[in-house]
Design a protein around this ligand. Sequence first.
Ligand code: UPG
Length: 324
Amino acid sequence: MVTGAAGFIGSHLVTELRSSRRNVVALDRRPLPHDSERQRPSLSGSLRTIRGDLNSLNLADCLKNTSTVFHLAALPGVRPSWTQFPEYLQCNVLATQRLLEACVQAGVERVVVASSSSVYGGADGMMSEDDLPRPLSPYGVTKLAAERLALAFAARGDAKLSVGALRFFTVYGPGQRPDMFISRLIRSTLRNEPVEIYGDGTQIRDFTHVSDVVRALVLTAAVRDRGSAVLNIGTGSAVSINEVVSMTAELTGLRPCTTYGSARIGDVRSTTADVRRAAGVLGFTARTGLREGLATQIEWTQRSSARAQDTVPVGGSPASPPRL
Ligand code: UPG
C-alpha cells in the first residue's frame, strides 16, 4: 500500500512498484494524477485505488493482505505550518497513529515512513541521524512526531512490524509540488514571470532527485535485515538557491527574473545529508546530479504546459480571460 499515492513522490513510487510487477493499493484523499506517462497501460502490477482520508477510512478493510506500507501521506511544506497547525497535526500525526494501529492489527510486516530533513533544524554542516533533532518549524515537529510514533509501534512486543523512517532532503524532479522553489523557478522562467527568493539566495539545500528517493523507498522495503532504522536520503552535497537560478538559466537559455524578499521564519539556512548510514544499510547512493535532474524537471514542465495547451476545450483558448 502507498498512502499519499497521488502526491509528488507517491505517484512516482506507484509507477515504479507496478513496473516491477508489484500489486499496489494506492490510497489518497485526491484522485491519482492523469499523467499519461505515469499511468502507462504497460505496467504489469495491478492497481487498486482507495479514495479517502486516513483519519476516517476503515483501515482494517484497506489493509487486508497487505505486507508492506509506504506511508507518504502528509500535509507537506514548512512555511504554512505556522498558521495551519491543527491540520498539520491531524494529517501528519493523528493520521499516522491511526494507520500504525491498523497496521499492527492487520499484521503488516514492514512500514516505510516518509520523514524529512526538517526534523534536524538549523544545523551547520552534515546532518547525521544521531544528531539531536531540533526542528525549527511546526511542520518539522509533526514529521519528527510521526517518525518517532512509527518507531514506538515497531518496538511494541505484540507487533511484528519493522519500520524504516527515511528523512528526505528537498526532493525535486518531474511532478514536484508547485509550491516548492524549483517548481516555481522553472515555471516562472518559462513564462517570463518573476519569482521571489526568500532571503539572499545563499541558503543551501541537499536537493535530491525523485528517482533516487523512489529507489531508496524500494530498497528500504526490501532490505534483508529488516530491523527498524532512521536513514537520511540525500546526495551528501548541497547547492545554494542562487546556484540553482544560474543552472536554470543555462539549461533553459532564458534569464530567470528573480526578486529578493525577506527570509521566511522556520526556513533553515542549510541542509546536507550525512549519507553513510543509508549507504551501509541499504547500499544506497544518489545517482542523479543536480544539473541532470534539473534538466528532467525543465523538460517535464515544458511538456506539461504544452499538453495543457492541447487540451483546451473547443471554443476556449489558453489565453481566454476568465468569465466575470
Ligand atoms: N524558496 C524561495 N522562494 C519560493 C519558495 C522557496 O526562495 O518561492 C526558498 C525557501 O525559503 C527555501 C528554499 O527555497 O530556503 C527551498 O524551498 P523548498 O523548495 O520549498 O524546499 P524546503 O523548504 O527545503 O522544504 C522541502 C519540502 C518539505 C520537506 C523538506 C525536506 O517542501 O516538505 O520536508 O524539503 O528537506
